[in-house]
Design a binder for this molecule. Structure first.
Ligand code: PEP
Ligand code: MN
Length: 361
């Protein structure tokens, strides 16, 4: 995909003096619910109202959305509040219905982006539209699949595109519902700086209390907008109750977030510096997390050695690791001396861990 400036025209046309804020419930539940939330959001930074009409649920038996009926409620919310509207489309029929009801922005969900057949079907149904289309990352951490969906839209003459980062699912439970894996959207942004990048902190967090921090990190990384699930009575929401926030919390959050403006050489310099520093922070967190994981495995090896009465230090294995890592380091522009120093330190820490385990009574 070429780096086309027109990809962000739709966002520039909105003439916002702050990042784009999309807010609204996970699902449209009733007309009253949607209108109530829309009216509470009317005087906030949110200029686009979101609501899921067709809900892709991982397991059957949960609330699967009100269907096309909800599109009329979105239309009414737009008439009454002047907000733009957006909903998820997951097949060609959804696209036709959303177009008939004049939804302003369409988004493609994480479970759809994984399927090139469905993405292509949606692209054909949307062919030539000038409505903005936002593509969520696929559920699995695969940048090509994500970009593939963007390319399919672009090739169907849909020029107004954007992407939404909603995190990636993992088998192992972490503090997030979907791991942010910030490196993936950062890579995407570095390759396609003109593709508007929006954060969905709600589906990354899975719970209200870390939404603010996720939004701040995204703004520091120069994201163009936020899509936050917002409900007048989050605890009693029919879907994703734990992660929704009230319109009042959203308003407070947009006041508290540090938002960087991008003008002038000096400001530009500082913005870029702070974006790069946040990128480094992301990698540093990852380094510590990986080292912790490595030591945990070391502990397990220590236990195994104790049970089998084997010596902790295995020089042959250690020399093998070192040789391999020095070679790999060369591929990544790291000097032999540096790799040696790092690995000696890691090895020593690993021995310390194993000594502790072996001597446990
Ligand atoms: C949603 O936005 O409510 C949703 C279902 O999101 P995702 O596709 O990211 O799971
Ligand atoms: Mn949701």
């Amino acid at each position: 995909m070429e780096n086309k400036k027109e990809l962000r025209t739709w966002l520039n046309k909105m003439e916002l003096d702050h990042p784009l804020v999309i807010a609204g419930p996970c699902s449209a539940e009733t007309e009253d619910q949607l209108l109530n939330i829309a009216h509470q959001l009317k005087d906030s930074d949110a200029t686009v109202l979101r609501a899921g009409i067709w809900k892709p649920r991982t397991r059957p038996g949960n609330f699967e959305g009100v269907g096309a009926l909800g599109l009329k409620w979105l239309q009414r919310a737009k008439e009454e509040t002047g907000m733009k509207t957006t909903t998820e489309v997951a097949n060609a029929n959804h696209v036709d219905l959303a177009m008939e009801h004049d939804v302003d922005i369409l988004w493609i969900g994480a479970r759809t982006t994984v399927s090139p057949f469905i993405v292509q079907e949606i692209a054909e149904a949307l062919r030539g539209t000038d409505k903005p289309v936002l593509i969520k990352n696929p559920v699995n951490p695969d940048l090509s699949l994500w970009l593939g969906a963007v390319e399919r839209m672009y090739k169907a003459d849909i020029p107004n595109l954007g992407v939404i980062h909603r995190g990636f699912s993992t088998y192992e439970k972490t503090r997030y519902r979907n791991n942010p894996e910030w490196q993936i959207p950062i890579d995407l942004q570095n390759r396609f700086p003109d593709l508007p990048l929006i954060l969905d902190p709600s589906h990354i967090a899975g719970k209200r209390d870390i939404i603010f921090d996720l939004c701040q990190t995204a703004l520091d990384l120069n994201f163009d907008g936020l899509m936050v699930e917002t409900h007048h009575d989050p605890e009693n929401a029919w879907s994703d109750a734990a992660q929704q926030i009230t319109p009042d919390s959203l308003k407070q959050m947009t006041i508290d977030l540090r938002i960087r403006k991008q003008e002038g050489d000096e400001v530009e310099f500082r913005n870029r510096l702070s974006t790069q520093r946040t990128q480094i922070d992301v990698l540093d967190h990852k380094l510590i997390e990986l080292l912790g994981k490595r030591m945990k495995i070391s502990d397990e090896i220590g236990r195994l050695k104790r049970e089998n009465n084997v010596a902790i230090l295995q020089s042959r294995r250690w020399n093998e690791i070192l040789g391999k890592m020095i070679l790999e380091g060369e591929d990544h522009n790291l000097s032999e001396e540096f790799v040696l120093r790092i690995y000696k330190a890691i090895h020593q820490e690993s021995i310390n861990h194993q000594k502790k385990v072996v001597n446990e009574v």
